[in-house]
Design a protein around this ligand. Structure first.
Ligand code: SF4
Ligand code: SF4
Length: 355
């Protein structure tokens, strides 16, 4: 059966007032938040943006969405979980400070900003799913314990999963660091020894001591590496690079994690994708990240598979080609969508309703 995906088009580089008006109309016309009931505690899952990145949803739009949730008598909070790689989103304190720097403050958004400290055991929920790759998913408890979930997603490309949409925001985004490690443990970087200039940047950033520089050359221990990708981001010589052949395994695990994040909330979840500022790489990428498409618009749906498929189709249509395969030829993002449909998370068939 086709799922409904609501869409409002946005002109390239439209101003905040114009986008805000479009967003309000979309939320009203689509009724996509109508499942939210009085007194429910609603987790609005968002990415607060990596340091140096502009690829995240503007806090003013998050405020509008949270306002629509609280107008239904519910309580909303904006939340994310910590990252595996080293940076300002690795622990709760720094992560919240960075969210504030990016404009996600309780004053600006009118809701609480929450990032759990996942060094505290009680902040992890073990969600038993017994799927092909993941038996027990490690989900940040604030998502598992919420009555309802609204994923606010910035849609973009991704070097391991082809593209990043609602499924990635849920699967990777709601996982604790331990859960993210589970999804990344096939993606140890590839080391090109001839390119290494022995600068030691990788050694400084590696959280587990898997890279050591001796006699001007780096050595990588595959046994110790946890696949966090930190070294790839700092290597100035491209001597360390993501193992692009590991993409399929990562996508399948990510989808199983999305399944876990939505467990028990299948009827109490909604999805909003912002297909604007569409960059080549994910929002965790702090460095140069070229735009690959014009701004498209905002989508809303109750189906995470349909909304990601529709987002991908709209972007590709605007580009006149499969831009995601062009910039990441090793990855096929359709695999995450097909597997998500197989798991019953949603449908690849959708009806696009323009508002
Ligand atoms: S070697 Fe592995 S664990 Fe260390 S920074 Fe690189 S990807 Fe992360
Ligand atoms: S960061 Fe790159 S160039 Fe520098 S030592 Fe590590 S592998 Fe070599």
């Amino acid at each position: 059966m086709k799922s409904k995906v609501y869409f409002t088009a946005i002109k390239d580089n439209a101003d905040v007032t114009a986008v805000s008006d479009k967003l309000r109309t979309l939320l009203q016309s689509s009724k996509v938040l109508d499942f939210i009931g009085k007194d429910q505690k609603v987790a609005a899952k968002i990415h607060f943006g990596e340091e140096g990145s502009t690829g995240f949803v503007d806090p003013r739009y998050a405020r509008i969405i949270c306002g629509a949730i609280t107008a239904r008598g519910a309580t909303a909070f904006l939340a994310d979980a910590n990252t595996l790689y080293k940076g300002r989103r690795t622990n709760a304190r720094d992560h919240i400070a960075l969210a504030h720097d990016h404009g996600f403050t309780p004053q600006a958004t009118c809701v609480e900003i929450a990032v759990p400290d996942d060094t505290v055991k009680e902040n992890t929920a073990d969600v038993v799913i017994n799927k092909k790759f993941v038996a027990t998913a490690k989900i940040a408890r604030l998502f598992a314990d919420a009555d309802a979930l609204v994923a606010i997603t910035h849609f973009k490309g991704h070097m391991i999963t082809g593209f990043g949409g609602a499924l990635k925001n849920l699967g990777m985004g709601c996982a604790t660091r331990e859960g993210k490690l589970m999804q990344h443990n096939d993606v140890t970087p590839v080391f090109y020894e001839d390119k290494c200039i022995g600068c030691g940047e990788c050694e400084k950033i590696c959280p587990v001591g898997a890279v050591r520089v001796t006699d001007g050359k780096c050595a990588l221990s595959k046994e110790t590496c946890i696949g966090c990708g930190s070294c790839v981001g700092v290597c100035p010589a491209m001597a360390l690079f993501v193992d692009l052949t590991a993409g399929d395994a990562c996508q399948f695990k990510m989808v199983e994690y999305a399944y876990a994040a939505l467990r028990g909330k299948e009827r109490r979840s909604g999805f909003i994708n912002f297909a604007v500022r569409i960059n080549q790489e994910c929002d965790c990428w702090g460095g140069e990240n070229p735009r690959i498409a014009p701004d498209i618009g905002i989508l809303a749906s109750r189906d995470p598979v349909s909304i990601d498929k529709a987002s991908m189709d709209l972007v590709n249509r605007a580009c006149g080609k499969d831009i995601f395969r062009e910039v990441h030829p090793e990855q096929n993002g359709m695999k995450q969508l097909e597997y998500a449909q197989e798991l019953g998370l949603g449908s690849l068939e959708y009806e696009l309703i323009e508002v």
